[in-house]
Design a protein around this ligand. Structure first.
Ligand code: SAH
Length: 508
């Protein structure tokens, strides 16, 4: 008998990709086919196995649907009957104005097995992320979710305006932007106080969130003037007044700031996560990709005689990771390194080393190559043998100053920086002047970005005139300045957490 497929109807949550349920995320990780909607955050597709088939079902309000509901239903049935594990990913909660019921009826009619995973509905998230508790003992003990999509010219409304207007404390309207004047008129006509506070929240729980407040009497005009378009929710009720105290999401230090992070893909996540936690909207533009060195021979030879070295130096976490990858590929492990003392350039490198069970013997006070050289020279390096596994291309200050002091330094390239192609998205964001800040965490992130953009100096200066620049340390800053740009933010200690703090302080 052939394997029978199954459809999981999964709520994607309102926008913030971390508001999906643990179960929803796990099912995405097992999906063979994913059919997703316009309102489901595309970032969630990162949880899907690379082999899965992704189908965009469209459904952007107001525009022509990419697939009709009948086609979507048919697709789900076909894939499931074909034996596939299908995740049908819908914005918010699938059973709240999501046509989830209709899709399940269709599956059931065809004998397709299914499960439904609820999601955080956008009403709940929009209120919360706009600083409005949807219920509150002092204000209301009831809440209603209402579609605002109903045709105002329909003779008989299915919405009991007379009962809702005064019978329910908090009213949340989905799909209500176009119809807002009509919604407001109905509520007032049926007795709701025109001074009742109202909040309208667009793209709730995403970096693009925008919210406006008014009263039933004023909100239509407020929304029109602010140019708020769907998707947005309308929250009506006294609870909206609590926003003054509770509004937290939009008050985070980096909310509304678009930050271009130029690190390598492997390393961007820590920085991106910290910036996003502070409210930033990060654009990841890797300007560096890491690759193996063209030749392992220098390292392999050094490893053969590792016991003859007095010092082993690591100047970056990348050097540590590539070094140990090679060690493992040769069938060796950290016991091989018992001979030499080990020095690192900074705490991040020390931590990378700790991951392999090794504690650095020397960590200089200043986290730069110069700082490391100084610390080593203070110990006396004349006649000492030093191994330096590092990037193929790197600054020469460290080996040069050690050699000048009489040390014998062997350099072994363990990785090289390559330049990945420039993502169109990044170039366009810069051209459209959408970026508020660029972060550079090494000299090559900066020189690579400028090389990739390939704008003449004067054009570069003009296009980036409104963009702030954060550089992790003086070497990186010098590269930025050499390109004719100004560095606005530079942390005193050259670490990622310090750089994040400096950025937050700058915008405070
Ligand atoms: N099933 C979804 C609702 C789908 S109906 C849920 O549970 O949230 C589509 C409407 O939902 C939009 O017109 C808008 O009113 C609302 N909506 C969905 N996501 C939203 C968001 N992030 N911000 C504001 N409104 C949103």
């Amino acid at each position: 008998m052939s394997k029978k497929g199954k459809v999981y109807l999964v709520g994607a949550g309102p926008g913030d990709p971390e508001l999906i349920t643990v179960k929803g995320k796990r099912l995405l990780g097992r999906a063979e086919v994913v059919v997703y909607d316009y309102l489901a955050n595309k970032k969630l597709l990162a949880h899907v196995p690379p082999t899965a088939v992704l189908i965009y079902a469209g459904k952007k309000g107001g525009s022509t649907h990419t697939h009709s509901q009948t086609e979507i239903n048919q697709m789900l049935v076909d894939h499931a009957l074909g034996g596939k594990t299908v995740v049908r990913l819908k914005g918010g909660d699938p059973f709240i104005f999501g046509r989830g019921g209709e899709e399940i009826e269709e599956l059931s009619a065809h004998g397709v097995p299914f499960e439904v995973v609820p999601g955080v509905t956008s009403a709940s998230a929009a209120a919360t992320y706009a600083g409005v508790p949807i219920t509150h003992r002092a204000f209301t003990s009831s809440v209603a979710f209402i579609t605002g999509h109903e045709d105002p010219n329909k003779k008989e409304s299915r919405i009991a305006w007379d009962k809702l207007a005064t019978g329910v404390g908090t009213l949340v309207f989905y799909m209500g932007i176009k119809n807002l004047p009509n919604i407001v008129a109905n509520l007032i006509k049926h007795g709701r106080d025109p001074q009742t506070p109202v909040a309208v929240v667009r793209w709730a729980s995403t970096p693009e969130q925008r919210s406006v407040v008014g009263t039933l009497a004023s909100i239509s005009e407020v929304v029109r003037q602010a140019g708020i378009t769907p998707p947005a929710l309308v929250v009506v009720g006294e609870v909206v007044s609590l926003r003054e105290v509770i509004n937290w999401y939009e008050k985070r230090p980096l909310f509304g700031k678009k930050i271009l992070v130029t690190r390598s893909r492997e390393q961007a996540s820590e920085l991106v996560q910290s910036l996003e936690d502070l409210g930033a909207d990060c654009l990841e533009g890797s300007t560096i990709a890491l690759a193996e060195p063209p030749d392992w021979a220098p390292l392999d030879q050094a490893l053969d005689k590792i016991a003859t070295y007095n010092w082993l130096l690591f100047t970056s976490p990348n050097a540590v990771n590539f070094f140990f990858k090679r060690l493992a590929a040769l069938g060796l492990d950290s016991r091989r390194l018992h001979g030499p003392q080990i020095a690192v350039v900074g705490t991040a490198t020390a931590e990378a080393l700790q991951n392999y069970g090794i504690k650095a013997d020397l960590l200089p006070a200043r986290f730069t190559a110069e700082g490391l050289a100084e610390a080593l020279l203070a110990q006396g390096v004349s006649g000492r043998k030093i191994l330096l596994p590092r990037a193929l291309k790197a600054r020469e200050v460290l080996p040069e100053s050690l050699r000048a002091a009489g040390a014998e330094v062997d350099i072994a390239p363990v990785y090289q920086n390559t330049r990945p192609p420039m993502a169109d998205e990044i170039r366009q964001a810069l051209e459209r002047q959408e970026v508020d800040l660029i972060t550079f965490t090494s000299s090559s992130t900066a020189s690579n970005l400028f090389a990739l953009l390939n704008w003449p100096a004067e054009e570069l200066a003009r296009r980036l005139a409104g963009v702030k620049i954060a550089a992790i340390g003086p070497i990186t800053a010098a590269t930025v300045e050499k390109a004719g740009l100004k560095v606005d933010i530079q942390p005193e200690t050259h670490t990622i957490p310090e750089m994040v703090s400096a950025i937050a302080a700058y915008y405070l």
